[in-house]
Design a protein around this ligand. Structure first.
Ligand code: UTP
Length: 289
């Protein structure tokens, strides 16, 4: 069986929910305490055994390329000033033995279209996708949990989360044939159904393992909701030919593409931050909310 060695980060979206911050800067570079969202995602991929990071970038996303490039002036300055721990911090942004690739999506035509931009790099292999604005805190990296399911089932695997029924119109929602604990054999998937129309409250969130057959399915998709090429529609096509599983992962997800989700993540990560947590807790205690 082919190993999962490549991950795609679609980071070419416009991030309209986070304007004006995202007018000229990528939302994936927003920091949670001191680290940008995209670096959390890259670290999750590395700790799941991924060897190639493929970024699908758009016009305002060059900061992401710079973040994963070396920075000789900064490094020299840190060497001169003997700031060893900061130097280590900067040098380990790209984990060892990992290669980065950048592909430009010429216009934001949807998540399905963005993933398809990686086709020539992925070729004929199963691969992972991480949406960096879904930050997931877990004991075992969420992507590793999905990869383990892939090795058992040899099928496409979608990360699932039980959401409030009132929220179904923000997610792809699945219906299933059967379940074993947290693992579901998926029967159907619908993009953003209204709470009345949704058959379940099981939402697909920002982690996926795909078989390479997804590319030919994306090619058949016509623009759907928001005139975008939706990955949901391609998954629906894939299910007609092969099994698709969903897995409710262990962990807590923060929707950092929304302002409230971003604030929640900032608070929770600050509360656990080695240098900051004590002072931050003291500060919060003094706030009379
Ligand atoms: P979102 O639905 O979060 O869209 O995309 P968005 O444009 O980033 O943000 P809002 O909704 O306008 O605030 C889900 C993921 O797919 C990527 C986004 O970067 C995000 O990681 N994406 C979306 C692309 O890479 N290209 C696209 O054309 C659309």
């Amino acid at each position: 069986m082919k190993k999962i060695k490549k991950v795609v980060f679609p980071v070419a979206g416009l991030g309209t929910r986070f304007l004006p911050a995202t007018k000229a800067s990528p939302k994936e570079m927003l920091p949670i305490v001191d680290k940008p969202l995209i670096q959390y995602a890259a670290e999750e991929a590395a700790s799941a055994g991924i060897k190639e990071l493929i970024f699908i970038i758009g016009r305002t996303k060059n900061a992401i390329i710079d973040h994963f490039d070396s920075a000789p002036e900064l490094e020299n300055e840190l060497i001169d000033k003997n700031k060893k721990s900061l130097l280590r911090l900067v040098r380990k942004i790209v984990p060892k033995n990992i290669d980065c690739f950048f592909v430009r999506q010429n216009k934001p035509s949807g998540l399905g279209h963005a993933i398809h931009c990686a086709k020539n790099i992925i070729k004929d292999e199963p691969f992972a996708v991480i949406l960096a604005d879904d930050l997931i805190k877990s004991k075992t990296p969420c992507l590793k949990q999905l990869i383990d399911v892939y090795y058992k089932k040899k099928s496409t695997v979608l990360a699932l989360e039980k959401i409030e029924k009132s929220e179904t119109d923000k997610y792809g929602i699945v219906e299933y044939h059967s379940r074993e604990d947290n693992l579901f054999k998926i029967k159907s998937i619908i993009e953003k159904p209204s709470p009345k129309k949704a058959k379940t409250n099981l939402a697909v969130v920002g982690r996926y393992i795909f078989t390479p057959e997804i590319f030919s399915k994306i090619e058949k998709v016509k623009p759907g909701k928001g005139k975008e090429i939706q990955i949901t529609d391609a998954i629906d096509g894939l299910m007609k030919d092969e099994a698709v599983h969903g897995y409710i992962f262990e962990g807590k997800r923060f929707d950092c593409g929304s302002k409230l989700g971003y604030l929640k993540a900032t608070v929770e990560y600050a509360l656990e931050h080695d240098e900051l947590s004590k002072d931050f807790i003291n500060y919060l205690k003094k706030l009379k909310i």
